[in-house]
Structure formats: structure tokens, C-alpha cells
Design a protein around this ligand. Structure first.
Ligand code: KIV
Length: 274
């Protein structure tokens, strides 16, 4: 699908386009987005995939985990992002509690996200335990992205956010789950916080795109949480994170200067008033 935007002509990113990127060795770029204004900038920059992640629970709502965010809240964030996007493929996380019950519940949640937010696809965490739901959602025509490795919705089961699948048994389980997700019809899989050697093996064995976050350089694409990558968060510094800006300090400084200007009556000046 070709889109015309003022002076730009470009192709919308589809699940087929992502597969073709993997096949020709072009890396896929993905970032999270939760609101209209930021999504517009990231889309304009040419990001391939925007993930409306349930990390909104952390970075937008201030919760410690991703568990509290609701389906209604995810739909609110997703619809804001969708209104901004012209080119990127938008993937929306099914939040904790909206799909683990059974495949009918999972399908209903996926349909709400597609219908009410206008999303292009959804993401779900897990392997064999959710495979029936994955199949049911895909058979209803909804593209599904899988998510293996560190799956934050299961943090209370894991107990820590440390690297997953370092041991052979867990690595084999992850590979089996990746095959199951591919066979079920997923269009891509996120691998979070696993050894780079395992990321490489999965990306070689599996034909659909493998997008890593802390899964090394040999996977088919990379995803980061936008707040981390822009340096809006100061405390979160995992090894896999590359910060491209230090927005926390820049916003702090700008806000302090604004406060000072208001207090000193420097703002507004003659030209800034009617
Ligand atoms: O919710 C999220 O931001 C995610 C990414 C970490 C992949 O799932």
C-alpha cells in the first residue's frame, strides 16, 4: 500500500514487508509509543514498527510492573498512537489478564483492540501455554507477534528481571516455543533478555522476523522502550540499553529556566503578549 504525505511518498509497513526485510537481510527497527505526539515523531522518522507496549504501565502510569494496566487503558493508548501513524505497523500488547483465561477471552480482547483502537496487530507473551489462543486469534484474521525469553507479565513467577534461558534446558524450551509460534502463524517474535548466541540460533532457525531487546545483534531487528532510549528514565540502565538523548536532564533544565522566568517576570515579555 502506497501513501502520499505532502512531499513524501512511501510504502506502509505490513507483516509481509517485515518478512521481506528479514529475507533480504534488512534489519527491522521498532520502538514503543503510547501517545499521539510521540508516535507522530517516531513514525515521521521512519520507524518500522511501533509497539503500544504494556510497559505503558511502568513509564506512563508509574506502576512497578506491567500487570496493573487494563485492556481499556491499552485501547486508549493504542487509539492515540493509531491516529498519529501513517507508515509504521502498530502492534498492541494484550495486557495481563486479558488472554490467559481461555482462547475465547483472548479472541475477544484481540477483537476489542482491533475494532476500538484500529490497531494493525497484537502481541502476546508466552509459548505452548497460549498456543490455542494464538491460533484462534490468527484464524480470526488478526496478526499476532509472539514474545519469549523474559516475559514481564510473569515477573512474579521468575522472581527477577535477570537474563533468561542461560541454561540448556530453558534455551531448548524457548526454541521449541519459537517453532510453535511460527507454526501457529505468528508474523514475528520478540525475544527479551537472552544470550546473544541463543538469539542468533533462533533467528537462523525460524523463518519469521525475530526482534530482540537484549538478545544480541544477530536477530532480525531491535526494539527499545522509547522512554529508555530517549533518556526520560534515569534509573533504568540495563546493559542492552543505548541512550540517544538525555531528555530527563534537558526537560529538568528547561522547566527550571521557565520557572525562573515566570518568577522573575521575564516571561512573558512585550512580544509574547497581546
Ligand atoms: O511492553 C513493552 O514495552 C514490550 C517491549 C519490552 C518489547 O513488550
Amino acid at each position: 500500500m502506497s501513501v502520499h504525505n505532502d512531499n513524501k511518498e512511501f510504502k506502509k509497513i505490513t507483516t509481509h514487508a517485515l518478512l521481506a526485510m528479514k529475507q533480504r537481510g534488512e534489519k527491522i527497527s521498532m520502538l514503543t509509543a503510547y501517545d499521539f505526539s510521540m508516535a507522530q515523531i517516531l513514525d515521521d522518522a521512519g520507524i518500522d514498527i511501533l509497539l503500544v507496549g504494556d510497559s505503558a504501565s511502568n513509564v506512563m502510569a508509574g506502576h512497578e510492573t506491567t500487570l496493573p494496566i487494563t485492556l481499556d487503558q491499552m485501547i486508549y493508548h493504542a487509539s492515540s498512537v493509531i491516529r498519529a501513524v501513517e507508515r509504521s505497523l502498530v502492534v498492541v500488547d494484550l495486557p495481563f489478564g486479558s488472554y490467559q483465561g481461555n482462547s475465547k477471552e483472548a479472541l475477544n480482547s484481540a477483537i476489542r483492540i482491533m475494532k476500538e483502537a484500529g490497531a494493525h496487530s497484537i502481541k502476546m507473551e508466552g509459548g505452548i501455554e497460549i498456543i490455542e489462543s494464538v491460533k484462534r486469534i490468527i484464524s480470526a484474521g488478526v496478526p499476532v507477534m509472539g514474545h519469549l525469553g523474559l516475559t514481564p507479565q510473569s515477573i512474579y513467577k521468575f522472581g527477577t528481571y535477570t537474563v533468561r534461558a542461560k541454561e540448556e534446558a530453558e534455551a531448548e524450551e524457548l526454541i521449541n516455543n519459537a517453532h510453535l509460534l511460527e507454526e501457529a502463524g505468528c508474523f514475528a517474535i520478540v525475544l527479551e533478555k537472552i544470550p546473544a548466541t541463543l538469539g542468533k540460533r533462533v533467528a537462523e532457525e525460524i523463518k519469521i522476523p525475530i526482534i530482540g531487546i537484549g538478545a544480541g545483534k544477530h536477530v532480525d531487528g531491535q526494539v527499545l522502550v522509547m522512554h529508555d532510549m530517549l533518556g526520560i528514565n534515569k534509573e533504568f540502565s540495563p546493559r542492552f540499553l543505548r541512550r540517544y538523548l538525555n531528555l530527563y536532564d534537558q526537560i529538568l533544565d528547561a522547566t527550571r529556566r521557565y520557572i525562573q522566568d515566570v518568577k522573575s517576570e521575564d516571561f512573558p515579555n512585550e512580544k509574547e503578549q497581546y
